[in-house]
Design a protein around this ligand. Structure first.
Ligand SMILES: [Zn+2]
Ligand SMILES: [Zn+2]
Length: 269
């Protein structure tokens, strides 16, 4: 059984209403041994109808986390993480933010491309399927080329979740040069990627990223792989984790990774 969920949000993220304690208690009931909260922090997230700013109240988040970490220390290990929204225009601010705190774990994620979130239908209306996904990967390449302060890159093909085109099928070769360059850069920098079971939750055939991306990452020598549900409420914690051992083993994965103090540790599947 996978005992670590390394991608979790609580009410310290703009798009979650779940208390941290409710998540911890549910994690304990699921038998998780280690969890890492990774609250959203997206500097300069564009204005949106719900006026969500996706900025974490860091002092309040820290205070609550360290209080509960101590309270539940004999039942579950709780780590201090962040999911940093990366955009080419905010990388230096992200660098300052990442350096300012002793996070155990940092997910670097692309949520916004050219002021649009692929989650909003206007994104793929503006850039149809393949073009929109290519545009998404181009921004990731831009980010990983100059930004290094992250542990893993989050949901590498997040945008693909929102492609609403029955004729679209993902093929690695359609983005091969771009993805190869991204993956090589991540590996060269000593960072990793995550397997995000949100993909299954969104009804995709694979978790994010697509298995061809994961396979190529392994082929290129990538070893660091964290597992996360991207749960924003207790019911979505460790989402479909029971499917992961067989899925990952079939792709040749032998270990997954946890982080403490930004140092990776490998756990046998
Ligand atoms: Zn995300
Ligand atoms: Zn997330």
């Amino acid at each position: 059984m996978i005992q670590a969920d390394y991608h979790l949000h609580t009410s310290f993220s703009s798009d979650s209403n779940s208390s941290m304690e409710s998540m911890i208690l549910h994690g304990i009931s699921l038998g998780l041994k280690t969890i890492c909260f990774t609250e959203h922090h997206d500097i300069d997230y564009p204005d949106n109808p719900e006026h969500l700013d996706f900025l974490v109240d860091l002092p309040a988040y820290k205070q609550q986390l360290f209080l509960l970490k101590e309270k539940y220390q004999n039942q579950i290990e709780i780590n201090f993480g962040i999911e940093l929204g990366l955009m080419p225009s905010t990388l230096s601010k992200c660098h300052d933010f990442a350096e300012s705190e002793a996070f155990d774990f940092i997910i670097g994620s692309t949520h916004i491309v050219n002021h649009l979130d692929p989650y909003d239908s206007i994104y793929f209306e503006t850039y149809p399927s393949k073009k929109g996904l290519k545009r998404y990967f181009e921004d990731i390449l831009n980010n990983v080329s100059s930004y290094k302060d992250y542990s893993v890159y989050g949901h590498l093909d997040y945008a693909a979740r929102y492609i609403n085109d029955e004729h679209f099928q993902f093929h690695y070769k359609d983005f091969g040069d771009l993805l190869d360059t991204i993956l090589k850069q991540i590996i060269y920098d000593g960072n990793g990627i995550e397997v995000n079971t949100g993909g299954w939750k969104y009804g995709m055939s694979d978790p994010n990223p697509h298995h061809e991306i994961l396979q190529r990452y392994l082929e290129l020598g990538g070893e660091i792989l964290t597992l996360g549900s991207d749960g924003h409420c207790p019911e979505h914690m460790a989402y479909d984790f029971q499917r992961l051992p067989e899925y990952l083993t079939s792709l040749g994965v032998k270990y997954y990774t946890v982080y403490r103090n930004q140092t990776p540790e490998f756990i046998k599947l």
